[in-house]
Design a protein around this ligand. Sequence first.
Ligand SMILES: NC(=O)C1=CN([C@@H]2O[C@H](COP(=O)(O)OP(=O)(O)OC[C@H]3O[C@@H](n4cnc5c(N)ncnc54)[C@H](OP(=O)(O)O)[C@@H]3O)[C@@H](O)[C@H]2O)C=CC1
Ligand SMILES: O=CCCC(=O)O
Length: 311
Amino acid sequence: MAAMAKALPVVAEREHPLPSIGFLGLGIMGTAMARNLVKAGYDVTVWNRTTSKCDALVSEGAKRGASPMQTAGACDITFAMLADPAGAIEVACGEDGAVKGLGPGKGYVDVSTVDGDTSKAIYKAVQAKGAEFLEAPVSGSKKPAEDGTLIFLTAGDKSLYDKVVPFLDVMGKSRFYLGEVGNGAAMKLVVNMIMGSMMASFSEGLVLGKKVGLDPATIVEVVGQGAIAAPMFAMKGPSMVKGSYPPAFPLKHQQKDLRLALAMAEDVAQPTPVAASVNDIYKRAKAEGLGDQDFSAIIEAYLLDPKGLNH
Ligand SMILES: NC(=O)C1=CN([C@@H]2O[C@H](COP(=O)(O)OP(=O)(O)OC[C@H]3O[C@@H](n4cnc5c(N)ncnc54)[C@H](OP(=O)(O)O)[C@@H]3O)[C@@H](O)[C@H]2O)C=CC1
Ligand SMILES: O=CCCC(=O)O
């Protein structure tokens, strides 16, 4: 059963004036997360590199930021939801980066999925301005972002964590405080490494089953009733069977997370042969032009006929 959208607390019901919020990065996730903050009645300023992506939220009540620097300068707490380490560094530490707008009393919360070293570099830059930093990558995809049921994996300045709890609770259903910067990134990469391998294994099973004459839709049903049942298989399986992969979690980001998880494993000399092999399959799918499709399109990398299981 699909998760129910939760009732959002509204600002008018609160007793004290609340901090103003900046939100940088309005992709699939950022748009839905910022929208929930706007809907809850907060004073939200949004910025995105492709400025047209701000239009809808501005028409719904958000203010338009001129740059990451201006947005962070105008707001008490700024969230950032960027594609990858390069984007996160650019937006935080670039020419018109958010860090330039920060100062004592302000906070920067990076909710992008990046590696620990990227997070630590941003932390150092934020600290140098006398501001506070929290890394807070999320588990959960487009639908949980829309429903406000994400899981936050936070680490960094505990005092900032305490301040942003009300905002995290608007955007999410649960939150973990994991201590030092890097631990949130590590938790997120471990979870997504497992997820990428699960999806590849599921695809492999569907393709093999089809080849030996089984009905893929029946395989999805059987998997859903046994010990390996998973919400992800139940949600993605039916559309995979139809060869349809509308992007919720883009395949290029899943491959990025595998790449970052493998680098993390390399740093501690931990063998991860399953993830290494799976990463090659995602790389092949990306090379075949599937990067902007949902990551469930990984199944296409197994198929000679690129139209999907039904063809
Ligand atoms: N989609 C999902 O299910 C989930 C995604 N994540 C993670 O969240 C992050 C965002 O994901 P998602 O919203 O799906 O991604 P999208 O690809 O939809 O959005 C990426 C965002 O990053 C911006 N961006 C990328 N590079 C730069 C740059 N150099 N400078 C400025 N802005 C940049 C894009 O701007 P522009 O619009 O101009 O291109 C866009 O706003 C990723 O780290 C992803 O791994 C985490 C959990 C779930
Ligand atoms: O990083 C993306 C995670 C997607 C999910 O948790 O469903």
